[in-house]
Write a protein that binds this ligand. Sequence first.
Ligand code: AGP
Length: 362
Amino acid sequence: SDIEKGTYPYYMLKEIDEQPTVMRRIIQEYTDAIGDTMIDEKIVKKIIASDRIYVVACGTSYNAGWVGKALLEKMTNIPVEVHLSSEFGYNMPLLSEKPFFIFLSQSGETADSRQVLVQLNELGLPSLTLTNVAGSTLSREADYTLLLHAGPEIAVASTKAYTAQIAVLAVLAKAVGDSKKNQSSLKFDLAHELSVIAAVMETIIDEKMSISQLVEEYLSTTRNAFYIGRGVDYFVSMEASLKLKEISYIQAEGFAAGELKHGTIALIEEGTPVLGVITDRKTAAHTRGNLKEVESRGAHNFVISLGSLSKETDQLIIPDVHPLLTPLVSIIPTQLIAYFATLQRGYDVDKPRNLAKSVTVE
Ligand code: AGP
């Protein structure tokens, strides 16, 4: 059945491998034969009627929300804020006049998110839940639901739900953008671009043994590590470091590359691994500059870059994809890095200490 490991040693590896299939399933579920999006008109109308979108989530879903913000703002021209559920609930920000809320939750059962939704429902505000679990609490209690269609995710470390959330948010952004006749949305052939993504994901996944070797060289004994990037590459860095720390127990942090020199660079010592993510053309040269700065202070640099922006010395080069969707592919090597770092250190990949798959307490 869908939730058996089969020949896989761990669910996490199986779930990483399933991501190309999930992308194709999302194309099937949410776009028609001519590539138009298929999203409930009621959801699209509600979002168009709003003056601001608030994304509320925890952990990996929160990190996906930042990528979603970039997509939604670009394609809909509606401002988007991204909030941690555990903060939003007790320190509610000043809301706009016509807010619309998007909850991101793989499980649909996260208590921190639910307590926010309960408050919003009391205020009568409109909400949508993106979840992998039909009939889950956050799905039942929100006005609308969009399913991720990722199939059951068993490993505590979320992988395919992250990429599914970004893909479904892209579909939603295009549905709203098209309906508003926004040019950058109308000319974005999302169904085609997602099928390219699926193929590129496969290419990266096929290279997993070389990623395992790189992990041995860069991360096998280190106590800490930093991911850095700018723009969407910063958002990917946040998720990449969460993945690495939660299962390998390496103290990993994701930083905005330009912010390092304002404090964090003090932590760089001889041999500290710094993993740069470079897929954004505008900022590639700046991130390269930041990598030079840490290298001269002893950092052991590891660069994940996009083909057209790559240098020969880069460790991992990803084939080019549509600029708005690069997180869907740049995250894949970082998932494999976390997986192999954990294996090499001899820990249980699927069941890290102190963590539960869904966090049902506040
Ligand atoms: C992801 O690897 C984590 N285990 C965790 O951060 C998770 O994403 C978070 O608890 C939110 O869960 P949800 O998406 O089911 O709401």
